[in-house]
Design a binder for this molecule. Structure first.
Ligand code: F6P
Length: 748
């Protein structure tokens, strides 16, 4: 209210000032104008009267003079006339006038003496009167004077009117100012502020979150304030929502990890530091597609799992640029920001020669360590030249990483997989302050199996350079500690699960990797319609659909799976013509003989089984040999009745978890090998031994005939597991453990 009164008083004061100044000006103008007019009229009258009066004075015709004075004395506003002789004596006068004028009249005497007209104002009967004295003469001397008395009080009346009119105008204006100011202030300021305050009060109390703030037009006096406060309110709402969400999650056993939570967690834990990630496989590959360049994401769990983490955390991912258009898409520092559609982190590509790629990747990593760790009856091959390249490429990646972390204090480094067993030590030797973890995505064998590697000690020493070594499951951690115990001089703490060697401690922990459980990404659609559409696309008529998604790798148990399907159709012939299995198989590591042989074996098996059972409109197996994008794979996941994961040995297997995430209709069966890391978590899958063809065939039958109520219960439970144990939780746990290592632990 105070502001309104101040505004009104100020406005009225200004208006009053303006009114007074203008009134003065107007009054003075009017006064001048009317006075001039009065004088002009009086002079004209005096001069014309003088012509008549002069001869009569000369001839001393007093009666005639009396008549003339009487006649003129009756005029409007003319008070009277007096005629004087040359001594200033009154010759004649308007009758009423004489008693009111003291004689002799000084102005008359002066006018006669000085022979000039004299005028002025006197007061008669309390009214202002204008007096004009005009002397007249014959040829030689002054013979008399004529005095005219004119009423001037009408001028005062007129001036008073002006003052009064202006006062009324001022009062009216003031009243309008008061009313308009009150309305404007109410509409534009106090009203909205009151509304706004109410909205903020509700917000503070946590009630107004859903309400929108009052809309203000552009340029409105409060608009900038509103926009700022709206911002503030939004942050408040988000903070409220987060706090509520956190509180809700705290009620559950453990809080749910999300991309945002990981981001926030990283901010707190790392204080804004970047994450440095190294893997052989790059998350985005550029390939020449005719005359254009195509960007694809590679098959395999590593990228599926880690791309969301890097998106959430930012940082630098260093990887081998293996594809034909990779060089064309980087800058002069071999870097680019990815993902292409929504850049969130940096990918730095490392170039390898053909020899390096052959020796390090195809040779030592995939013909040596891969079969060594998987134990799937494919004999590992260890060549000295491969080992030399393996060391060389590890050094090459170490150099690139050391360059990237040169300006970082205690950087966090996450090394991925069996391609870089030597990298942890190479980094720690140069940067003891770096916090280094290596995550081993494949199984770790028992010491006997591992012991056949000619460079078994070098590999272990290289890995133990890390502060943390991660495996998917405890069983692999145990195998690793057993292996270290067998082949290296070191102190193993079985309670802490750590190895101390040369004063440096390495913790060995399980971190079961997972996928992003992004519910919003999956849309609900009619499952039957979806299945029909897919079957139409692949040219098959069937009632039941099964799916398998793999790199064509001998560890995935693909021939075993097909054998199980064949046996299922033999055992349960009622499903012939009814059940089709689609294998989405991505060719992998095809420069390696064993992989080429496997591809041939798989294709021949598909041909054989299809030849045996096919009908005109149906076949049991559709082998789609290609690299398939996430979207396409998802379509098959969503439309299938069952998904088969039959690995002979697998660190985790993320296909199993991806299938579960895609099943937002909470149905569908997962047939899962007991030799996958995933089988430890997904206990509601139909668990099989993929080598046991008879049991696997029965598992397919069980899955296809299972009551919907049961399959749905199982899927719900598995979805709850994957939702909680998602990739952000994996990253959150691993990064937290790494970030919280004390300086004493890492200095070694
Ligand atoms: O499963 C082990 C693994 O190295 C994954 O980490 C990776 O996603 C997959 O194999 C793919 O292998 P590559 O990069 O050789 O195609």
């Amino acid at each position: 209210m105070k502001i309104t009164i101040r505004l009104i008083v100020s406005l009225i004061f200004v208006v009053a000032l303006v009114a007074v100044v203008f009134s003065f000006y107007q009054v003075s103008n009017e006064n001048d104008r009317l006075t001039d007019e009065l004088k002009r009229r009086t002079i004209i009258l005096a001069e014309s009267l003088q012509e008549t009066v002069k001869p009569l004075v000369h001839s001393n015709s007093i009666p005639k003079l009396n008549r003339i004075v009487e006649r003129f004395g009756n005029r409007e506003r003319l008070k009277g006339i007096i005629v004087y002789d040359n001594q200033g004596n009154v010759l004649t006068s308007t009758p009423d006038l004489m008693p009111k004028i003291s004689q002799p009249l000084p102005d008359a005497l002066s006018s006669i003496t000085e022979n000039r007209p004299i005028d002025g104002f006197i007061t008669i009967d309390g009214r202002r009167t204008y007096i004009y004295v005009l002397p007249f003469s014959d040829e030689e001397e002054i013979t008399g004077a004529l005095a005219i008395f004119h009423d001037a009080s009408y001028i005062d009346v007129r001036l008073k009117d002006i003052w009064e009119n202006n006062l009324i105008r001022f009062l009216t204006l003031s009243a309008l100012i008061v009313v308009i100011t009150l309305l404007v202030v109410r509409w534009s300021i106090t009203g909205p502020i009151a509304q706004f305050a109410e909205w903020m009060r509700e917000l503070r109390a946590g009630k107004g979150k859903s309400k929108q703030p009052i809309a203000f037009s552009r340029g409105d006096v409060l608009a900038p304030l509103i926009s700022e406060v709206t911002h503030l309110a939004k942050s408040l709402s988000i903070a409220h929502a987060k706090a509520e969400e956190e509180a809700r999650l705290r009620v559950q056993a453990e809080a749910l990890w999300t991309a945002n939570r990981l981001k926030e967690h990283m901010r707190v834990e790392l204080g804004g530091k970047k994450l440095f990630l190294i893997s052989n496989r790059e998350p985005y590959m550029h390939i020449q597609d005719g005359s254009s360049i195509k960007c694809i994401t590679p098959a395999g769990g590593l990228v599926t799992a880690l791309d969301p983490v890097m998106r959430a955390c930012d940082g630098v991912w260093i990887a081998h640029g293996s594809e034909d258009a990779d060089r064309e898409t980087v800058d002069e520092n071999n870097k680019l920001r990815v993902p292409p559609e929504e850049p969130a982190y940096i990918l730095r590509r490392i170039w390898l020669t053909k020899e390096e790629e052959n020796g390090y990747y195809y040779g030592f990593a995939n013909e040596g360590i891969w079969p060594l760790c998987h134990i799937t009856h494919t004999r590992p091959i260890f060549r000295l030249e491969d080992w030399v390249y393996y060391q060389k490429v590890n050094e090459k990646f170490a150099e690139a990483l050391l360059e990237e972390i040169a300006d970082e204090e205690s950087p966090l480094v996450l090394i991925q997989d069996y391609h870089f067993a030597l990298l942890p030590l190479l980094i720690k030797e140069k940067r003891p302050d770096a916090k280094v973890a290596i995550f081993w995505h494949i199984p770790w064998p028992n010491p006997e199996a591992y012991g056949i590697c000619p460079w078994r000690q070098e590999i272990l020493i290289g890995m133990l350079g890390a502060d943390i070594i991660g495996f998917h499951i405890q069983f692999h951690c145990n195998n690793f500690l057993d292996t270290v115990d067998r082949f290296l001089e070191s102190k193993i703490n079985w309670e802490q699960f750590s190895v101390e060697r040369g004063g440096h401690i390495t913790r060995v922990n399980p971190y079961p990797i997972s996928v992003d459980f992004d519910i919003s990404a999956s849309e609900r659609k009619d499952i039957i319609q979806r299945k029909e559409q897919l079957l139409k696309e692949i040219g098959v008529q069937a009632r039941y659909l099964g799916v398998g998604v793999d790199r064509i790798d001998y560890t995935k148990g693909i021939p075993e799976r097909f054998r199980a399907i064949e046996r299922f159709l033999e055992k349960y012939p009622e499903f012939v013509g009814e059940f089709t299995f689609v294998e989405l198989g991505a060719p992998s590591r095809t420069h390696i003989k064993r992989y080429r042989e496997l591809m041939t074996e798989v294709e021949e098996m598909v041909d054989k089984i299809n030849w045996r059972f096919r009908t005109k409109t149906w076949k049991p197996i559709v082998f789609l040999k290609a690299h398939h994008g996430h979207e396409e794979i998802n379509r098959f996941y969503k439309a299938s009745d069952i998904c088969m994961v039959t690995s002979l040995h697998d660190g985790m297997n993320l296909v199993a978890k991806e299938f579960i995430v895609s099943r937002d209709n909470e149905d569908g069966i997962l047939i899962l090998s007991q030799f996958t890391g995933a089988s430890r978590e997904l206990r509601d899958a139909v668990i099989i031994n993929p080598y046991d063809i008879e049991a696997a065939a029965d598992a397919i039958h069980l899955s296809l005939t299972m009551e919907t109520s049961e399959s749905s219960e199982r899927m719900k439970r598995m979805r709850a597991v994957v939702k909680e144990h998602n990739i952000y939780r994996w990253a959150g746990n691993l990064i937290t453990d790494l970030a919280r290592l004390r300086a004493a632990d890492i200095s070694g």
